[in-house]
Design a protein around this ligand. Structure first.
Ligand SMILES: *Cc1c(COP(=O)(O)O)cnc(C)c1O
Length: 460
């Protein structure tokens, strides 16, 4: 076997030509989206009022294992892909561990995260359908930035509802989006009915992702030639993000390396789903086993403390119902939570896999996450996004376990992005003023109370 370089770069020609649809290999498929009015599965026609046609097809396709990536999308990918798979030699040395650590770095584009992989795909299909533009929400701002970049490239209008506290805390994120031509509105706003209603019921609210989603959906459906796009959670987004996992697998195979453990942070589940898909596929087909770990914030613990039930994807209850691990659509993490990954629900695909015992989940506290982030930054050079640092935390914990047991495990984790726009959070940590808050059972009950009740759902 040839020596493993610090960075494994693939050739452009080794970039995947197809996305891999994990659902095709799942015995227990994710439950269908339901129309909240009729409680019947959403039809393609109903979904087509909100989403682009081709994306609806991808959303509903549980059987086609490989879906061609159009050349136009591959051409865009070539500007920043293939992304490197890095052997974390320096971190291994620092931890003095026999474990072999690799990370797939998705932060080498201006959006600073993996989100561009799906943004360009969604914008492409919107353009192909002849639409004028798209609307969306953004929390920390990475998704809005990614979508603005994709829309600028394809000359589409882009309207972004940005969670108000982020809009105020991250003015530069907002400015990057405007630089790419997007119109950015703090949410909740008075530009939509649902926004006005939320403002009336919760004056002074700093907003949430669920609430921004409601506004963006309303905006898209009330304007001719617009559709709504979403940066995580949906099956189509996981599908696009499989370029991460496919490249990772190609790079490992090239050097004859087999992963024992694959770790990723989980907000709505798109990077994790994309990273693990080809490996989970092998696992589902009985070809090989991997330990797969989702990492989430202890302050927003959808997998580890949520309920596996149907819930709305947004606070305003305008979206379809999705069966997923959820904390309740009106759950908002405590105000001191700084590390991203604050969505109340989780991808239906990952929820089903977790429910079936095919992957694990861990919840970590934010101070330990920022500790890991700084340790990583100081030896590996990259200043990680707080979201990504959740995965770093658990990768380091596992590597330290190997130090105790002497096991030479191969650990692969997803380094989803960079944290330059998160310096208030880093400042807080550096000043020693960051605290941890773990919601009590009573806090969580308040969120669960907002989950819709109907026969077979939340009836316990
Ligand atoms: C959005 C984001 C995440 C979380 O989203 P997923 O859909 O769970 O992947 C993680 N890391 C970064 C850098 C992000 O921007």
């Amino acid at each position: 076997m040839s020596e493993i370089p610090y960075k494994i770069y693939l050739e452009e020609s080794e970039m995947p030509k197809q996305w891999y649809n994990l659902r095709a290999d799942m015995k227990n498929k994710p439950a269908p989206l339901l129309n909240p009015g009729t409680l019947k599965p959403m039809t393609a026609e109903e979904l087509g009022q909100v989403f682009c046609e081709e994306l609806v097809k991808q959303e509903l396709d549980d059987t086609t294992p490989y879906i061609d990536i159009p050349d136009e999308i591959r051409d865009f990918y070539k500007m920043y892909r293939p992304s490197p798979l890095v052997r974390a030699y320096c971190l291994e040395k620092k931890l003095d561990t026999p474990a072999k650590i690799y990370y797939k770095f998705e932060g080498n584009n201006t959006s600073g995260s993996h989100k561009l992989n799906s943004a360009i795909a969604q914008a492409y299909y919107a353009k192909k359908q002849g639409l004028k533009g798209v609307t969306t929400e953004t929390g920390a701002g990475q998704w809005g930035t990614a979508l603005s970049m994709a829309c600028a490239y394809l000359d589409l209008d882009c309207q972004v509802y940005m969670v108000k506290c982020s809009y105020e805390q991250k003015p530069f994120r907002r400015e990057v989006m405007r630089t790419y031509g997007a119109q950015v509105t703090p949410s909740p706003s008075d530009t939509t009915e649902v926004g006005r209603k939320i403002l009336k019921e919760h004056p002074g609210t700093t907003g949430s992702l669920g609430c921004a989603i409601s506004e963006a959906v309303e905006r898209a459906t009330s304007m001719e030639g617009y559709r709504y796009v979403l940066g995580s959670v949906l099956n189509q987004v996981l599908l696009h993000q499989t370029v991460i996992g496919l490249e990772t697998k190609t790079a490992l195979d090239k050097y004859g390396v087999t992963a024992d453990m694959i770790i990723g942070c989980a907000g709505g589940g798109s990077n994790l789903g994309g990273l693990i898909s080809p490996f989970m596929g092998e696992k589902l087909r009985g070809e090989r086993d991997y330990q797969i770990i989702a990492v989430e914030p202890a302050s927003c613990p959808s997998f580890t403390r949520g309920k596996f039930v149907y819930d709305f994807c947004d606070t305003g209850m305008v979206t379809p119902l999705q069966k997923m691990y959820t904390l309740g659509n009106n759950f908002i993490p405590s105000a001191n939570h700084a590390g991203g990954l604050r969505y109340h629900g989780m991808s239906a695909v990952l929820s089903q896999l977790y429910h079936d015992g095919l992957m694990e989940a861990r919840a970590v506290e934010q101070t330990s996450v920022f500790q890991a982030a700084e340790e990583f930054a100081r030896v590996e050079g990259i200043l990680p996004a707080p979201e990504s640092a959740h995965a770093i935390r658990v990768a380091m914990d596992e590597a330290l376990k190997c130090k105790e047991t002497g096991e030479e495990k191969t650990i692969v984790f997803g380094l989803t992005g960079t944290g330059y726009f998160d310096m208030y959070a880093y400042e807080n940590f550096n000043n020693g003023t960051m605290s941890d808050y773990i919601p009590t059972d009573e806090d969580l009950e308040a969120g669960f109370a907002g989950i819709p009740r109907f026969p077979g759902n939340m009836t316990d």
